[in-house]
Design a protein around this ligand. Sequence first.
Ligand SMILES: [Zn+2]
Ligand SMILES: [Zn+2]
Length: 282
Amino acid sequence: MDTELAWGAGTERKRRHLFEDEHAGREAIEFILETLNRYDVPATWGIVGHLLLDECTPDSHHETERTRLVDPHSNARESPNYYMPEIVEMIDGSETGHEIAGHSFSHARFGELDRNTAAAEIDEMCEVFDSHGVELSSFIHPYISIDHCDILAEHGFTAYSLGVEESAETIKSGLFPFLTGNTRFWGAPPVTPDNDRHGLTVIPRSRQLSDERWGFLNPRRIRNTIDRGGDGVVHLTAHPHNLLYDPHLKRTFPRIVEEISRRRDAGEISVATFRELASQFR
Ligand SMILES: [Zn+2]
Ligand SMILES: [Zn+2]
């Protein structure tokens, strides 16, 4: 779950939905959490570090293009889409075993950062999570702009994610080129995690659950995906805010989670967070 709220660049549509009702982002997070907890299905929540602050001023932290562009230098009461410190307790407060992962400090595009800024993004992210009692071990690069992974390794991270496109390239050379060539419309092809040269486990994405206006996502396809998965990993990903403007996804999401829990309870699959998966691949 890539959780950035207003820190993502976003489309006009996303911004409209987030800002028409300032609490809609939080409600989307609660809806997803309640659904996952109801079926005891843990997820990996990649959270932007700045969301954990109560407030900030221009001197509170380092600057990136993102902070210069969007930081309101305000507080949680006035700008709930930029500050949501209670999110840690919301996620950690259940028995479901969710993992909290880092999604940078300010949702900066890592491929465009110099080394010092990337280090500051990772340092300040780790610090703010640490102050909430969370030790991070997994990372999701904003925009899946993968870079500076050596700094993640220095900080003891063990896993990060690849985007669907990169994953599709890997998969095209695999067993199901016809079925999986277009991940956007055809279910969610299984992927194979691997270790990079810094020793971090790289977990490709099977499918982004978003922009489902045409209804291509349905539980039957997810069932087929699981059937086809073999020993592979099916990695589904979404943003909480996707549910705000996608009624189809909002209806389908609980059915997918129910299907995952049913298969897990029947012993057909296991469900793992990034951290758990990385420990199996290292
Ligand atoms: Zn700030
Ligand atoms: Zn993001």
